[in-house]
Design a protein around this ligand. Sequence first.
Ligand SMILES: C[S@@+](CC[C@H](N)C(=O)[O-])C[C@H]1O[C@@H](n2cnc3c(N)ncnc32)[C@H](O)[C@@H]1O
Length: 188
Amino acid sequence: MAIDNKRNRVCPVGLASPLEASIRRWLQDPRKILSPFVKEGMTVLDIGCGPGFFSIDLAGMVGRTGKVISADLQDGMLRKLSTRIRGTELEARIHLVKCERDTINVSQTIDFGLAFWMVHEVPDKLGFFQQIKAIMNDQARILMVEPTLFHVSRKEFEATTSLAEDAGFVVSQGPRLLLSWSAVLGNA
Ligand SMILES: C[S@@+](CC[C@H](N)C(=O)[O-])C[C@H]1O[C@@H](n2cnc3c(N)ncnc32)[C@H](O)[C@@H]1O
């Protein structure tokens, strides 16, 4: 069921700069966060990729034989990422996908998925989890990270992980990350 409220507000493209700020690498080092999950040659999904803070490192980690599907609701975010990778070797490795609010628009099977600071913006979380589950291979895992400060309470995060369970995921504790809740979603 879609629940639209102020917590579902989508992060505007005009506020994307802090997501790309170099200081963020100190606070949330993408390689450190993602290395337990991502190997060379994988096909990975960065859902709600924004301007691509994690997509760029993911593309480096999966290497020439891997693929990153960077998906976002907003053309403006995808344009920012497209501009960053244009003319680089990452352009061939990062595939941009425009989502709809309740449709991820990705059908390719994935080995890993990242949903960083985005699930609280999705109105129909159960439908979202079901769509993600449908494209995962048996061993695939999803790292879901949600922001604490002024965004998602513990109770809300627990409600979100319950919805992931309703979609058929087995939920386990994710890594400890600054100002964030995290969980790993896997297949039963
Ligand atoms: C706060 S930003 C986080 C961006 C990125 N994950 C990061 O950590 O830098 C949330 C992003 O999720 C996207 N988003 C929100 N709802 C979405 C949906 N239903 N499907 C796909 N992307 C969505 C927004 O457009 C925005 O770019």
